[in-house]
Structure formats: C-alpha cells, structure tokens
Design a protein around this ligand. Structure first.
Ligand code: ASP
Length: 326
C-alpha cells in the first residue's frame, strides 16, 4: 500500500514538473497586405516560407540550443527567400542598390549587435551577431561593416545577388508615386524578425531588412537600432518590429514595450497594445511587432491591414497568419 502510494505520488510529481517551454515567433513584414492583392499561389508561398522558418528555429530550441541560435536559424531562410525584404529580395535604394540593416539582442546578457547599410555580406543577421560576439561595438555601418563581416569569415556576395525583378519594378513604381507627391506611408514593409525563448528560460530577438523602397542619402530605419526595432531582456520580453522605421525610432518602440512591463507592471499584451495600437497609431506611424514574454506568451499586434507572422507555442502548436482578420 505504501509502495503504491509512493508510486502514485511519483507519477503526480512527474506530471507536475513541466517540461521547459520553448517558444518561437517570427514576422515577415507588415503593411497593406490584403486578400485581393495576393494570388492563391503567392499566399501559399508565403505561408510555406513562414512555416519553414518557424520549424528551422524551433528545431534548434527543441534540441536544447540557445534562443540566439534559434533566432539566427529562423531568419537565415527568410534572408535567402526572395519573398521578404531582407537579404536576397531586399528592396532597392533610390540609386538601385540594396543596403541592408540587421540587429540582434541577447536577453540573458543584455548584449547587442547590429549592422546598417551593408552591401556585400550575404547574411546581415550573421554580421549583426558577429558584431555582438566578436567586436567591442554594438553598431557598425557601411563599407566598414562589410569589411568586418568579411574578416570574420562571413560569406560575401556581389550586391546584384540581393536584387530581384519584382523589387526593381517596385522601385520604379515608388519613384513614379513620389513624383505624383504620394505618401510614403502607403508602402508595404517586408522586414523579417524573430523572437525566441529557450529551454534555459533565455530570450533573444533579431531583425533583418532592406529598409524602405526608394530610400536615399544612407537612410537607416529602426531595424538595426537597438531599442527601436529590436529588444530582449530575460526579465520582461523579446521584441522585433516592422513598419515605418522613423516612427519606431522616435518612439523607441521595442524598448518601450519592455519598459512598460518592467516599470509599469503591464502584461506583454497590455504593453504591446498601448505601444502599437494606441501610441504608434496616434502618432501616425504604421507597422507591428512580434513579442514574447519570459513565460512564453506571444503577442503580435499591428495597425496595418496585414502582417506576415507565425509562432510555435509552448505546446508545439504551429500558427501562421497573414491578414488582419485571422
Ligand atoms: N522597419 C523597416 C524600416 O523602416 C521597414 C520594414 O519594416 O519593412 O527600415
């Protein structure tokens, strides 16, 4: 009888000690993403690419890898995909080049790294991570950042590698729209980002982008700016943003979500709603974030018609969404 009782207690004990949670969320950009603008084939391609990235990152977490390794693993295929505005398939500058920005932040150490305006490193997210781990700096820019990446052994490509026909046409349309005096805010944003929670309870975030179509004068958006486009802190949350970068920089969007949790005691969902749905919207900015708290809860608010997004939650459920009504 005593043995039986002990056995059942042990069973209860096992059931009560939960497996470490691993959670991963990604975005592939926010913007005017409407059903009528996407063919069935294009929609299926986006959903498949998002799921592929989710699974690549999640596999790292399940194998016991770090949140930072998972963020990199999820972002790499999106940088390689022509569908997203990051790496191959990035938008073009006014002069017709690709200038790429990326950043990472490690919630355990508070370490951060970023590159802005790089033209030859194939995977800007790897360059951002190298800045964090192998330099005394946080943000490197332009040719110097490409040189640093090359010295770190990261793959270099000709700038033409990043360019696609679709982005060339998009640039031509943007230049024509600008000539008509139309508003930049109506453009789509295709930046990619990832947030992850690993088995050790650590959070990490990363963001990678080509910036905004038709940008000039070395314009840099929020994506490589720690606190604007990317933030991670094990005590609160990990955040990656996409949208009109100037608004995200002025409002320090990613850090503001963290700060409202840290100093204001808000939940992740409350902080995200205030920062994106209330304040960003009131300021006239557009975009969204994916965010993940230390308990593995995901939030993905945006004030645009759609945002490419997905997550694998603590129970292993995979969700991929595109439109605002999903
Ligand atoms: N946030 C990016 C930028 O302003 C654009 C994007 O999200 O696609 O550079």
């Amino acid at each position: 009888m005593r043995l039986l009782l002990l056995h059942s207690l042990l069973l209860v004990g096992c059931a009560a000690s939960p497996q470490p949670k691993v959670v991963l969320a990604i975005h592939g950009g926010a913007g005017t993403i409407l059903r009528e603008n996407l063919t069935a084939e294009a929609e299926a391609a986006y959903r498949a690419a998002l799921e592929h990235s989710l699974r690549a990152g999640h596999a790292v977490l399940e194998a016991g890898g770090s949140a930072m390794d998972a963020v990199e693993a999820a972002i790499l295929p999106m940088e390689d995909s022509p569908l997203f505005n990051a790496g191959h398939g990035a938008v073009l500058t006014h002069e017709g080049h690709c200038e790429l920005d990326a950043s990472v932040m490690d919630g355990a150490s508070g370490g951060a790294g970023a590159v802005a305006g790089v033209r030859t490193v194939r995977h800007p997210i790897r360059a951002a991570r190298a800045v964090m781990e192998r330099s005394p700096h946080v943000l490197l820019s332009g040719a110097g950042a490409d040189t640093f990446a090359g010295e770190q052994g990261l793959e270099q490509v000709d700038n033409a590698y990043f360019e696609t026909e679709r982005r060339r046409r998009q640039l031509e349309r943007a230049i024509a729209a600008q000539a008509r005096g139309e508003d930049l805010g109506t453009l789509k944003f295709g930046t990619v980002g990832c947030v992850a929670l690993d088995q050790a309870g650590h959070l990490a975030a990363g963001t990678s982008t080509g910036g905004m179509t038709n940008k000039r004068w070395g314009r840099i958006g929020d994506s490589p700016i720690i606190a604007a486009g990317t933030w991670a802190d094990d005590d609160t949350c990990a955040v990656s943003g996409t949208g009109w970068g100037e608004f995200f920089i002025r409002a320090a969007v990613a850090h503001d979500i963290h700060a409202r949790m840290a100093y204001g005691g808000l939940t992740l969902a409350e902080a995200c709603d205030q920062v994106i749905l209330e304040d960003l919207t009131a300021a006239g900015g557009s975009g969204g974030v994916i965010a993940l708290d230390h308990a593995g809860r995901v939030a993905a608010p945006f004030n645009t018609p759609g945002m490419y997004r997905g997550w694998i939650d603590a129970e292993g459920r995979v969700e991929v969404h595109i439109y605002g009504d999903e």
